[in-house]
Design a protein around this ligand. Sequence first.
Ligand SMILES: [Zn+2]
Length: 510
Amino acid sequence: MTTTKRVALMGFLLESNSFAPVSQEADFTTLCYLAADEILADIALPNGRLPAEIPAFYKAMEGSGRDWQALPIVVAAAEPGGPIDQNFFERTRDDMEQRLRAAMPLDGVYIAEHGAMTGTASHDPDGDLFAMVRAVVGPDVPILATLDLHANISEKMIETTDVLISYRTNPHVDQKARAEEACRLMIEIWEGMCPQVAFIRLPLVAPTVTLLTAEGPYAELIRYGQKAKAGVIANVSVVAGFVYGDTPMNGIAIIVTARGERAAAQALAEDIASRAWAMRERFKKVLTPVADAAAMAWANGADPSRPAQILADVADNPGGGGRGNTTWLLQALLDVEAQGVMFGVFIDPALARAAHAAGEGATFPATLNAETESRYSKPLTAAATVERLSDGKTIGRRGIWAGRAISIGRSALIRIGGVQLVVGTHRKQAADPALFELFGLDLAAARTLVVKSRGHFRAGFDEGFRPENIYEVDAPGLTSPVLGNFDFKGLPRPVYPLDEDTTWAGPSWK
Ligand SMILES: [Zn+2]
C-alpha cells in the first residue's frame, strides 16, 4: 500500500549586509511574500515571482511519479539588504510555525533559504527558523534546505536539518538543479538512506570578487568536491559565505553529506578544507582604480577599434546590500566626458519621479540622491535629458533571472553628457540585459557598459562582452571587496586575510 507523502514547502530568503540599512517588511512584500495557495498559484505561472527553487522542487516531485501532496507554508524573499527587522522576522516565523502545525502530519520539509540572514537582535535567524521547524516536525521527519553559496553556516543550521545543499555556481544559475537534488535526496531518505553530515568552517573570509566559479581558487574547490562525489557521498557543498554579514559564523564552510557513513563524510570534508586553507593567498584581488576606469571609458569612446568593455561598480551592488546610488564612478566618467556609456541601474526614486514629471524628450536640472543622501550616496547635479520612461516591469532574459518577472519600479532612461543612465525605484542589481533593453537600448552599441553588480552580470552580459574586457572598479561603497574598508565587529578573529597570521589546525570532530 502506498501512502501520500506530505511535504511542506517554505522559504525565507535574505542576504544581510550588516553595514546596510535594516530590511523591513516592505522589502519582502515588494519582491516576494506568498502564503499557502498563493504559492501554488505562482508555481503555475510561466513567469512567477517565487525564488526558482520552489517551483523547481515542486516540479521535480511531480515528475518523480511519487504520490505526494504539497503543503505550501510561506515563501518570503527580499533583495539583499541590512539585518532583518526582528519583529517582522519573529512574526513571520510564528506565522510559519502555525501553518506548519496545521499541516501536520508531514513526511518532509523543503526549505529554500539564502542562509546569510542576520537580524537586528539575532546573528542567526536562519538557524532560529530551522530550529523552529525541527521542533514542530520532530526528529524523524527529513528537513532538507537549499542555500545560496553566500550563506554563513551556523552549527544550529547543521544540527537542525538533515541535508543542506548550497549552489555551486556564481553567478547563480543552478537553483533549479539544486532543488531537484533536494527532491532526489528526500526520496532517498524516504527509502531508507540515513544522511551523515560533516561540517568544517575555516577562519577564511574571501572577498566576494574572488568567489567566481568559472575559474579561480573557489572554482577549483567546487570542481574537486564534485569529482569526489560518488558512492556513499551524497552531496558536497563548499559554501563561500558572505563577509558583510559580519557574524561569528563567517568563513568558508565545507558541508559533506554521506549515505550512512560519517567517517567518509568527515574524510572528504577535511580533504577539501585543507586544500582551501592551502590556497588561501589566492583569495586576494587587486581592483581597477576609479581614475583608470574613467580613462579607459574615455579611450573606448574615442576609439571604436577598442573592444567594448564592462566596468563593474562592485562596491555598490544592490545584490549585496548596496543602495545602487553611489556617484564616484559616474562623476569620474562625466569629468572626462566619456562617450558611448550605458550605465545602470541607478536607484533613485526621487530622480525617477522627476524624470516622469519632466516627460520624454524634456531636459531638466537633475539632482541625484536629492532625497537619499548618505555616507556613500552623495548628490550630483547635472542637466539631464529624458530619453524614455517606463514602469520598470520586465521578464529576465539571460542569467540569474531568466524567465522570471522582475521590476525596478517607476524608472527612466536619462542622458547626462555621454552617459545614458537607467534610473529605477526598486533596488535590483544590473544582472540582466532586459533592464536596459526595457528602454529600447541596444547593448551592442555601448562602448562602455557600467553595471552596479558584483558578479551576477557576468551571466547576463556574456553575449557582447568578453571576460578579459571586464574591470572591477575600486570605488567606495557598502559592498567594497576591499575588506580593510570596513569596521568588522562580529567576525571570528583572527580571520584570514584580515589577520595575516591566522592559523588553522584542522577539524576537531565531536
Ligand atoms: Zn549569492
